[in-house]
Design a protein around this ligand. Structure first.
Ligand SMILES: [Zn+2]
Length: 209
């Protein structure tokens, strides 16, 4: 094949390629809604029924608690259509910085020994308990975040990732101001609980939406 025939894969082709590695597993309780103690059922924006074979993401953010256990302070499910509809643009600078941040850790020995490359259901605890950036066990008395991608009533492995408070700050640090403002669109659609303003700098969560 000559170089003339080479072209990068389109987003759809990439999605097809990666779908070959995706395993759909039951949603673990750690990713249930803390409010209902059941799986999330509706998109926070359009309220569609997520179990209707809808693709969506869940974000759960915890803050340091008072009784030795971190407390949920923000959680939501957002369908793919609504996420795309937000039209969040990431600046080139931010993309480069995020790539560099991941290059520092992904594929490295520590990361490979912490997370399976082709994870299955039994590997889920590693993804829920270890920070995807630092690879350290997450101290669940402190702030941390968990995100994942879902389809209907199933979690798509290996999309679930957890981030320690250190990782959250690192990601927020490398995003450009422009990108942060774009990502703020995400929080425009959510009624942030009144305590959030005081408890946390929301910009520390940007990039983990
Ligand atoms: Zn929606």
């Amino acid at each position: 094949m000559s170089d003339d025939n080479y072209r990068p894969l389109s987003d759809d082709e990439m999605a097809d390629f990666f779908s070959g590695f995706i395993e759909l597993i039951d949603i673990p309780e750690a990713l249930y809604s803390a409010e209902t103690e059941e799986p999330f059922r509706n998109c926070i924006k359009c309220k569609c029924d997520l179990f209707d074979d809808v693709e969506y993401s869940i974000s759960k953010h915890f803050e340091e608690g008072v009784d030795g256990k971190a407390q949920i302070f923000l959680e939501y499910a957002l369908c793919k259509k609504c996420h795309e509809g937000l039209g969040i643009k990431t600046s080139e600078e931010s993309l480069k910085n995020i790539e560099a941040l991941y290059d520092e850790v992904l594929g490295k020995e520590l990361h490979n020994s912490t997370f399976s490359i082709f994870p299955e259901e039994e590997d889920l605890p590693e993804y829920l308990d270890h920070c995807y950036i630092t690879c350290q066990k997450i101290d669940k008395t402190k702030a941390y975040s968990v995100i994942g991608q879902f389809k209907g009533d199933k979690l798509m492995m290996p999309s679930v990732m957890s981030f320690s408070v250190e990782a959250r700050m690192k990601i927020a640090e490398v995003l450009s101001q422009e990108t942060k403002e774009e990502m703020d669109k995400m929080y425009d659609i959510i009624d942030l609980p009144p305590s959030v303003g005081k408890a946390i700098n929301v910009s520390d969560l940007l990039g983990i939406v």
